[in-house]
Design a binder for this molecule. Structure first.
Ligand SMILES: [Zn+2]
Length: 312
């Protein structure tokens, strides 16, 4: 089952129904597309697939939506009203400010135990300090966007400084992942959106994620309070993008129970993936490597470090 729905001029959201990936069965071979679609379908990146799930009570993934971020569309009703792509009882799990030892790993384990997927917005500096954890996030099949280099309020910076914060964040995530492209999604620190930077992200074809439900977990440290905060908002809104922080210890402890509650409440997870990933700009990559000193050297391709200049 595959359907493509064009919404407006800037965005195409393609839905891959996860019903074809039965959660308790071994991963089936990719289903044959309908002949008409096969003829019309353009060459696309390999579609993410869900692994078999051994947990019969897992929250799982209901469907995967692919977003064409051309022009920088925005999502999350706190700031953007154009694209209401979630159905009743559907949620997108988002985690900011990682990667962080212990906390991100606990969140990853809970997501894996539940065979479900999330969207991560790591801070560039944190990615530079803990590239091995960010690689685990990628290996688990989650979507990884970016969240600036050092989490400054971009409304307080000049446009050039703000642009550098955004670009260095993208570059650091790319380097930490082993010089891989980055998911075409960005979240502003503290959800402060300077209009010039919203425009700039449009020119970079990066989608902006605000939120529908802010857990305020950075202010709440007790896991049961984090669960209560999220569930109260989800029940009120009925669906939406949930903002949490894998950086927060309390959240990392709350996630196993929170995912159980979401499942019990009949909520379904939608995974968001980008159609076209983002390449970092070389000058900002260089700036990040310089600023991190030797910290990220291991991530440089060997050919850029060592070259045979004589002999074979
Ligand atoms: Zn943040």
């Amino acid at each position: 089952m595959r359907s493509a729905l064009a919404i407006g001029f800037a965005i195409t959201i393609t839905t891959a129904s996860a019903a074809v990936w039965a959660q308790n069965a071994p991963a089936p071979a990719a289903p044959a597309p309908a002949p008409a679609m096969a003829a019309a379908a353009p060459a696309a990146a390999p579609r993410p697939t869900l692994p078999a799930c051994s947990n019969p009570n897992a929250l799982g993934v209901e469907r995967i939506v692919q977003i064409d971020t051309t022009g920088g569309p925005g999502f999350g009703f706190e700031h953007f009203k154009a694209y209401d792509f979630l159905r009743d009882k559907e949620v997108v799990l988002t985690f900011d400010d990682g990667p962080w030892p212990g906390n991100t790993e606990r969140v990853l384990k809970a997501l894996a135990d539940n065979c479900t997927k999330a969207l991560f917005f790591p801070i560039g500096k944190h990615a530079g300090w803990h590239p091995e954890i960010l690689k685990e996030v990628a290996k688990a099949g989650h979507t990884i966007g970016s969240h600036t280099w050092s989490h400054k309020d971009l409304t307080k910076l000049t446009p050039d400084e703000a642009k550098a914060e955004i670009e260095k964040g993208i570059a650091a995530v790319s380097i930490a992942l082993g010089n891989k492209p980055v998911g075409p999604f960005f979240r502003f620190p503290a959800l402060r959106h300077p209009p010039e930077m919203v425009k700039y992200l449009g020119t970079r074809n990066i989608g902006i994620f605000s939120t529908d439900m802010d857990s305020f977990d950075f202010k709440i440290h007790k896991p049961d309070q984090v669960i209560k905060s999220v569930m109260t908002k989800v029940e009120k809104h009925g669906k939406g993008i949930i903002l949490m922080h894998d950086f927060q210890h309390g959240t990392s402890e709350a996630i196993p129970e929170l995912l159980k509650r979401l499942k019990a409440g009949g909520y379904k997870v939608v995974q968001v993936v980008g159609k076209t990933p983002i390449e970092p700009l070389p000058e900002y990559k260089e700036a990040v490597l310089k600023e991190m000193g030797g910290g990220l050297d291991e991530a440089r391709p060997m050919s850029s470090v060592i070259q045979t200049i004589q002999g074979n």
